[in-house]
Design a protein around this ligand. Structure first.
Ligand code: ZN
Length: 143
């Protein structure tokens, strides 16, 4: 409400609460551009945060079919899981609280470069050529 009153005093908002674009354009436009950019950026960050999944289970799928579901919180000793399909071969490194692709025979190596996916959430690891996806199963508590 304070903000609206402030904008009203500045003539930036009319009595119907609508932005008065003529006044706004007369003011230092770049300030509004900066504010708009900040708002957009905040929205993007919020969206990314919401889309971040967190949970303890990692799901490994190939072509949308479940290969393995691992509770990362219960991994005592790190191990390597070889996922070999008609599409190719990936070595998935499983450790407590994290999972990553350490080796792959795909041409792009993006899955290897994506690094570790942890139980704190993050973008799924995807190997497009091998149709492999590793994601954290949403436990429903976060986001
Ligand atoms: Zn790959």
């Amino acid at each position: 409400m304070l903000n609206l009153l402030f904008y009203h005093k500045q003539g930036l908002i009319d009595k119907h609460g609508r932005f008065n674009y003529n006044t706004i354009m007369k003011k230092k436009t770049w300030i509004w551009v900066l504010i708009l950019a900040a708002v957009v950026l905040a929205g993007v960050i919020a969206t990314i945060r919401i889309s971040r999944r967190s949970g303890t289970y990692a799901l490994i799928t190939v072509d949308g079919e479940l290969v393995e579901r691992i509770d990362l919180s219960k991994v005592r000793e790190s191990r390597d899981l070889v996922v070999e399909t008609a599409y190719g071969r990936n070595i998935v490194h499983i450790e407590q609280g994290a999972i990553s692709v350490t080796e792959a025979d795909c041409p792009d190596q993006i899955c290897v470069l994506m690094g570790k996916l942890t139980t704190d959430g993050g973008m799924p690891i995807i190997c497009m050529p091998h149709r492999l996806m590793i994601e954290i199963e949403d436990d429903g508590l976060d986001g």
